[in-house]
Design a protein around this ligand. Structure first.
Ligand SMILES: [Mn+2]
Length: 471
């Protein structure tokens, strides 16, 4: 079909043609609309645009994880940053015509999130359902309480939002076909949340710590293989090449961790070797590590990382969400979309005298929408209290909020200059400080830390059981 718009001395010609393109195996011919726009100007022809139909890109997925809604940094709420992030994300969804959103765990920072965090989550899902993105798959992370995430799942299903707080007893329920407007399957998602020993029906009685870890890793790998085989059977029955995508919230061997995360993984063996994950999956969307990273190129396995830095140490790297384009059921492109830094987090490690002389050089950051937050790690032993107080005033005058000041531990004893409150520390930090004060280091410390983490898991799962009994 050809149309023309005639102007003074020039004509705009728009031509739509139906063409047939061979697929990559040259097995079938695919119809496409070929559009050409030309400007004929005093008999000279200028081609303005050639496009081969919007129908070539079948599906666009946005992969994100580790939002930690309800998180606090040194008792300061991250509500505003999360608000700006979710609004920005909705724009990204619209601008990129995303069809499917995947959130790979740690939606909330704790099992019992504050009401404002729940409101942010529901508000986001409501707004998402009003965009072009008609499907979402959300799985639980280690920070999420399965029952908290699962509570609204029956109603969310009506909005094509599929939620899996924990592993299902019938693994086939975790297989979600994503349908297009013509009820044709576009993709199959194997929704795997953070896997707990209890959900995998493991009985650790009489096993040593390392045996427990090994049997948990085996059970996790089995879970992925089982679900991949079920999904593969469905795809074979359909007789077509539907993309198969898995989610996960786990620690893989080879994953890069930040300084803050390193403490969490000392002595842990519960990481899955990447080569043990099934090749059936066209893409594996992971959460758990907060730094965006590619673990394997083919077939691709990615951690999206968290959208906001969850500690001052994590502020040194850029945060991303990932956009995966499928063309003819194959991955055509994986794009990292940088998340703006809504609030700069600055960490200064310096001698107090140097900071006092030129404070402005340390806070020379590109400004975000919100007041920057600052952590100062003074590289001197026992600085004067009035000097420390004056630092806070100096930075407050430059519109930077000082959240934390610590100083170099003395050689005699490891003491933070500013006494930290118990609720600023996580249980592992407290345990570490106790071991330090008792003079327990090296392998003894690693062994004790492993045992402590086992105890924490038992307490956590008992709390979860109690909570399930109540609901
Ligand atoms: Mn996390």
């Amino acid at each position: 079909m050809r149309t023309g718009v005639r102007g003074k001395g020039s004509t705009l010609i728009i031509e739509h043609r139906l063409v047939f393109v061979r697929d990559e195996h040259r097995a079938r011919r695919i119809p496409k609309i070929w559009t050409t726009i030309c400007l004929k100007n005093y008999n000279r022809l200028h081609i303005i645009l050639i496009s081969c139909g919007d129908d070539t890109i079948l599906m666009k997925i946005l992969h994100t994880a580790d939002w930690h809604l309800g998180h606090q940094l040194c008792k300061h709420s991250r509500k505003k940053e999360h608000q700006l992030f979710t609004h920005w994300l909705l724009d990204v969804v619209e601008n990129n015509k995303i069809n499917l959103l995947i959130i790979s765990g740690d939606i909330f920072d704790s099992g019992f999130p504050p009401n404002y965090a729940l409101a942010q989550y529901y508000d986001f899902l409501k707004r998402l359902s009003e965009t072009c993105c008609h499907h979402a798959v959300i799985v639980g992370g280690n920070h999420d309480m399965p029952s908290t995430l699962n509570a609204p799942r029956d109603i969310l299903k009506y909005f094509q939002i599929h939620v899996f707080g924990g592993a299902e007893s019938n693994i086939q329920k975790q297989i979600i076909p994503i349908m297009d407007n013509n009820e044709k399957i576009q993709a199959i998602i194997c929704a795997v949340p953070f896997l707990r020993a209890r959900e995998l029906k493991l009985n650790h009685a009489g096993e040593s710590y390392s045996e427990k870890d090994r049997s948990l890793v085996r059970a996790m790998v089995d879970h992925y293989n089982k679900i991949a085989n079920f999904a593969h059977t469905i795809i074979e029955q359909k007789g077509s090449n539907i993309p198969l995508i898995a989610t996960g919230h786990l620690f893989t061997a080879g994953g890069k961790i930040s300084d803050t995360e390193r403490d969490l993984y000392i002595g842990q063996l519960k990481h899955i070797p990447v080569n043990k994950l099934s090749d059936f999956f066209d893409y594996i969307a992971l959460g758990h590590l907060h730094k965006c990273q590619c673990l394997r190129e083919k077939p691709p396995i990615y951690y999206s990382g968290s959208p906001i830095p969850l500690s001052f140490n994590e502020s040194s790297h850029t945060q991303f969400v990932l956009i995966i384009d499928f063309d003819e059921n194959k991955i055509a492109n994986i794009h990292k979309e940088a998340v703006p830094r809504f609030r700069p987090l600055i960490k200064i490690r310096e001698h107090i005298q140097n900071i006092k002389e030129k404070p402005e050089i340390f806070i020379n950051v590109s400004s975000g929408e919100l007041t920057p937050w600052l952590e100062i790690d003074i590289q001197d032993e026992k600085p004067q209290q009035d000097e420390i107080d004056s630092l806070t005033v100096t930075f407050e005058n430059q519109h930077v909020n000082v959240l934390k000041i610590s100083c170099k531990p003395s050689n005699v004893q490891h003491i933070d200059f500013q006494a930290q409150k118990l609720d600023e520390l996580n249980p592992v930090d407290v345990f570490q400080k106790k071991c330090e004060s008792e003079g327990i280091f090296g392998n003894d410390y690693k062994f004790l830390l492993s045992t402590f983490k086992d105890l924490m898991l038992i307490v956590e799962s008992e709390q979860h059981d109690d909570e399930e009994r109540i609901t």
